[in-house]
Write a protein that binds this ligand. Structure first.
Ligand SMILES: [Zn+2]
Length: 142
């Protein structure tokens, strides 16, 4: 058995998912917008994106921007890093923020005191660039 080498370089942030259904969403984040899909048949807005409309089974969609502010629907506080990149961020919050009826967007909480998070708290989106190509979202108090 050989000697195991160790690397002291910080690990990269987790990459974006490679899924074409999310392309418009991540394109929106890179330009400071939250973009979901709207069914061209019935107008239902859909998040997360799926192949078919949950209301009418339509398969044609157009991108629609939704508000970049909303209220905390639920949240959690992380005390263990699921990925090494987050190790120095602990503890940190993760919030699910409802920006319009039924559209709930998850993101890191970047305000002070993650243990003070509360349901119903007003939030605004912060568009940062965790990944190499940017396109990540975080929340801070509005
Ligand atoms: Zn529909």
């Amino acid at each position: 058995m050989g000697t195991k080498a160790t690397i002291s370089v910080a690990p990269p942030a987790p990459l974006l998912p490679d899924n074409p259904l999310y392309e418009q969403y991540f394109d929106g984040l890179r330009t400071g917008r939250i973009r979901v899909r709207e069914c061209t048949e019935c107008g239902t807005r859909q998040w997360p994106p799926r192949e078919l409309c949950g209301a009418c089974q339509g398969s044609s969609f157009v991108p629609r921007d939704v508000p970049t502010t909303g209220e905390v629907y639920t949240y959690t506080v992380m005390y263990r890093a699921f990925h090494p990149w987050f190790k120095d961020q602990l503890p940190y919050g993760v919030a699910v923020v409802e920006v319009e009826g039924g559209i709930r967007i998850i993101g890191r909480y970047v305000g002070d005191d993650p243990e003070g998070l509360a349901c119903g708290q007003r939030m605004e989106a912060v568009f940062d660039d965790l990944g190499e190509d940017g396109g990540s979202i975080a929340w801070r108090p509005a």
